[in-house]
Design a protein around this ligand. Sequence first.
Ligand code: ADP
Ligand code: ZN
Length: 522
Amino acid sequence: MSATPLTLLRQHFGYHSFRGQQAAILAHVCAGGDAIVLMPTGSGKSLCYQLPALLRPGTAIVISPLIALMQNQVDALRQAGIRAAFLNSSLTPTQARAVEHAFIQQQLDLLYLAPERILTEHTLTLLKKVPLSLVAIDEAHCVSQWGHDFRPDYLQLEQLRSLLPLHIPWLALTATADELTRLDIRQRLGLQTAQLFISGFDRPNIHYQIHQYSNARSQLWRFLNTHHSNHAGIVYCLSRKKTEDVATWLTEHGRCALPYHAGLSTIMRSQHQARFLQEDGIIIVATIAFGMGIDKPDVRFVAHLDLPKSIEAYYQETGRAGRDGQPADAWLSYSTYGISLLRKFIEDSHADEQQKQIERGKLDTLIGLCEATTCRRHILLSYFGDNTPPTCGYCDNCQNPPQTWDATLPAQQALSAVHRTGSRFGVNYLIDVLCANDKEPRIEQYGHHQLKVYGLGRDLDPQQWRSIFRQLIVRGLVKVDVTQHNSLHLTEKARPVLRGEQALLLRQDSLPIKSKRQPRRE
Ligand code: ADP
Ligand code: ZN
């Protein structure tokens, strides 16, 4: 019987069936197709290139930035009876020569390479000597400056694509890439026509709740007392000082809480981390410095006392809860002050204007998630392109629909402002048109003071308008074009709202409402 993906899965890995989209990805790659694979950590991305490496003639090249993990991966493959090796800076010259020799003799199914070696004359000559079955780029988001972990070495991959024969399939694999980062991966790696596979982002055991509180600490305390009086969890804060203050405060209230941030000594950090992993019921109060590589299955809650900087960050940080599959909470409290603080960080940073624009956009989308009246899970998963039902029944908005007001009319005005100005402008300018801001000279210059929507929106203040635009964005009625100065344009989803067939409801509690509006429930 000839080998199939399933027989090889059983033979080498001892598993009986494929997970999620593994089978579809394998079929696509084995047939020679390029693929972009977006699946969360731990969901089984490696098999998507390891099995095609066995099924296709030639040796597979795997590019991975995690030198420390290459040895483990290769050891595991060898134990499974697969011929694998790696080349990176940890090898002695003799060891490296032995690997190269095996490669040239076509004795390897997979060769793992560190990205910094790719474009050396030596490596390129080597790669041309042997037929290749595929090229897999692990942690592919590292190629994008828009992603969260850019690595300059990865830019070399742009050229590798054109230096290798075209018929070799390429796979880009990552656990975190929003639409923008995916676009960048496509462009940089020459994967314009690659099929996109997205799946498995849902964490059904996590209960999401997001609130705007004036006294976040006492709300946190109430939440902990009610649901997690002796559970382990993580509390994220923006500043180092705040992590220490909150840890002290929790300790004074009888919980065992330890701070964790990059300003603590290495010894103290590893002590706190070890206690969190080994003892029961410890709370770590941390900045984002905490979390990478922490694998504690029974983290029962992740609480945010400050906003994360993007939906990706929120998903990653909350994803540390409930790895054991048991119920866990993701609890977030935010304030308008917190929002302005994050905005200030972006403006004060040394990033260039394009980067700042992207960061502003990501922050706005996160705020959109906070202000949403509809299912949190649906918004979260849609952001990654994962298809889900519109309601989950297991988030705060599904379980306790918030008080809302009917913002359909201003939403229509906003949408028509986008359309009438030619889909060329960003939120700020559109609000200036709606509110007839006479300090914006471009309005008259472009003749936009003659539009019907000009000044129609003076009933609301710019803050409320921003909130409306954010909802139009998170709900997909308008799209932001970051390559065109964050200009907005309408999507198909805008039609029913424009035609009055669908209402747009906004939270009562997200922003103070100036005019008297009737509360209603969704
Ligand atoms: P990722 O690269 O997405 O983080 P891995 O490829 O390391 O995840 O896989 C995570 C774990 O899941 C590994 O232990 C792997 O052997 C296991 N796994 C992968 N596919 C399957 C499957 N079809 N059935 C059972 N276990 C699987
Ligand atoms: Zn829900």
